[in-house]
Design a protein around this ligand. Structure first.
Ligand SMILES: Cc1ncc(COP(=O)(O)O)c(C=O)c1O
Length: 411
């Protein structure tokens, strides 16, 4: 059955037919290869954004394309009325490679977190009773856009106008153990944290803080939930970031890079915690579908190798050196920080709120980059971005920063 695409669509079409919750850039990319992308006009871009820390193995990765084609010709979907081979293989791999004994598959980061938060409530309900239901999370954290995940998330703007939000959730400052000590109690069922805050501005956890959070969770019989939706699957140079903190969570969520862009998320849990999501307590039609799991299995196979993980540390060095050199020239950043290929550069006070201008100027120069809040330029490229693409992208970033600096001087 042949089918021809005949509709002509442009960026203006977005404003006509899409819900206005996004404000996409003027560019419509149509093709990608590795860390390069081309738009409708044939203009080429270097991709330092990675689809927001998703395309860890680049665009149209040939191995993943083959795995996808093969699986597409075999079996797409069954629902969880039946299990399937790719899901079982992927779950086995994830449990072998991590602290976890059990896996629940979802389709996104928010859904993986939704499962984790429900599990935390249910685990406490089963083992300690309904009074133990409080979830503690951190200001500036981001855990997704469902009502439960915006409520656990530590950014008020995502909740505004959507109240009443679920109750029993408390927040305190990240990397401040005294604040946590002041609000944790026997009522706490879980502490939820990103090992490095992503959307909040690329803020890594202090190792000592992370260790003490673990100790407090043990003391109060609370589950420690790590949201590794952004930091997981090799992004920080280890398969998961918790490995570098020397802290083992009870529950971990992953998504983003897990499918390299094919929607898939997962919640990993210890045997003890997982028991509480017993038959009938939670579910998803698509979660764990054979297409997503076949691709994710290949992603994990490729990422969890010394070549890829070792390459992250090397590339981190190249990016940080490059950003430092740009900073010596333009004095635009007050701090360059991050782990692996999740890098943030915070704008100096005179350019507060201007990170978005760099992104815009970057796009004009043929570069995709990201912000993490209004003051932080964020880079989250493919873990295997070629060195010449890093150099070329940094050269384009140089031109973009020059433009922004000149515009701000003129203003
Ligand atoms: C740490 C973290 N958790 C959860 C999410 C939500 O993931 P998704 O957009 O796939 O629902 C994100 C997305 O940016 C994230 O960075």
């Amino acid at each position: 059955m042949d089918r021809k695409v005949t509709q002509q669509v442009t960026r203006a079409t977005f404003d006509e037919v899409m819900v206005p919750n996004y404000a996409p850039s003027a560019i419509i990319p149509v093709r990608g290869e590795g860390s390069r992308v081309w738009d409708q006009e044939g203009k080429e871009y270097i991709d330092f954004a990675g689809g927001i820390a998703v395309t860890a193995l680049g665009h149209s990765n040939p191995t993943l394309v083959n795995v996808m084609r093969e699986q597409a010709g075999q079996l797409w979907h069954l629902s969880n009325v039946m299990t399937n081979e790719p899901a079982l293989r992927l779950a086995k791999k994830l449990t072998e490679k991590t602290f976890a004994d059990r896996v629940f598959f979802a389709n996104s980061g928010a859904e993986a977190n939704e499962a984790a938060f429900k599990l935390a409530r249910r685990y406490a309900f089963d083992n300690f009773g309904p009074e133990k239901h409080e979830i503690i999370a951190f200001y500036k954290s981001f855990h997704g856009r469902t009502l439960f995940t915006v409520s656990v998330g530590g950014q008020a703007k995502y909740k505004e106008g959507f109240e009443p939000t679920p109750g029993g959730i408390k927040h305190c400052d990240y990397n401040d153990i005294e604040q946590l000590k002041a609000i944790i109690s026997d009522k706490t069922c879980a502490v939820v944290m990103e090992p490095i805050q992503g959307e909040g501005g690329i803020i890594p956890a202090d190792v000592e803080f992370a260790k003490q959070v673990r100790e407090l969770c043990d003391q109060y019989n609370a589950l420690l939930v790590y949201d590794e939706v952004q930091s997981g699957v090799g992004r920080t140079g280890t398969l998961f970031a918790y490995e570098q903190l020397g802290v083992t969570p009870d529950v971990l969520t992953t998504a983003k890079a897990l499918g390299n862009g094919f929607p898939v998320g997962a919640m990993l849990a210890t045997e003890k915690a997982a028991k509480s999501l017993s038959f009938g307590t939670h579910g998803s039609t698509y979660g764990g579908n054979p297409m997503a799991c076949a691709i994710a299995e290949a992603v994990v196979d490729i990422v969890d190798t010394p070549e890829v993980l070792g390459g992250v540390a090397k590339r981190h060095g190249l990016f940080v050196e490059g950003l430092k050199a740009l900073n010596e020239k333009y004095h635009v950043f007050k701090e360059i920080r991050g782990m692996g290929l999740l890098i943030g550069a915070e704008m100096v006070d005179s350019l507060t709120g201007k990170a978005g201008e760099i992104i815009k100027a970057g796009a004009e120069e043929g570069l995709f980059a990201l912000v993490a809040g209004p003051n932080v330029l964020r880079l989250a490229p493919s873990l295997i971005i070629p060195e010449q693409d890093i150099a070329e992208g940094l050269a384009r970033l140089d031109k973009a920063i020059a433009k922004v600096v000149a515009n701000n001087k003129a203003a």
